[in-house]
Design a protein around this ligand. Sequence first.
Ligand code: ATP
Length: 194
Amino acid sequence: MRTGVMGGTFDPIHMGHLLLAETVRDECGLDCVLFVPASIPPHKTDDPVSDPAHRLAMTALAVEGSDGLCVSDCEVRRGGVSYTVDTLRALSDLSDTKGDEFHLILGMDNLLDLHAWRDPDALFRLAAVIVMDRPGVPEEKADPRFLSRIRRVRTPLIQISSTEIRARVKNGKSIQFWVHPAVERYILRNGLYR
Ligand code: ATP
């Protein structure tokens, strides 16, 4: 089984996440891409983040009925600050066969910060690292030590962020087609981001 692992805050999961994950799945011949919402994201400790239960529920709604996109609640269940290296270790321990392969999928913004992640070298031992383009994030700024060890996948440049979606909701703007319809309904029903 070739599994893509895409961690994040997913506050909320947006159409960019879905389209990019599907593109990488197809390009890299992965059986599935697992979205893993963080319990407490290590790099966003200053900003208020929605309750993990909401972020997990929205992620589950977004992938429901899709082919090859799924969600894991392992970081939310583990609680505390979520480190990707712990998640990859847990997934490898749980895997059924030695032949299982994990592919960690990161946006270019994440690659630029990777030196500040917990045990970045271990990430490369536990998974193949795939990096997707992100508008306005120049790869020249990435650490060459990391650049030489990643697989770069050319993905559509999508200028959508969860930050922008939260701002749109706060300002009473439409988020139709920015997020999956079920996620839009969930946000409105639960009064998130107002
Ligand atoms: P925020 O705006 O709250 O910082 P975000 O839109 O960056 O959120 P995350 O949940 O932090 O979303 O992202 C999860 C993963 O998806 C990260 O690896 C991030 O780099 C990647 N990602 C998110 N949006 C894009 C995008 N538009 N293009 C490329 N990669 C993206």
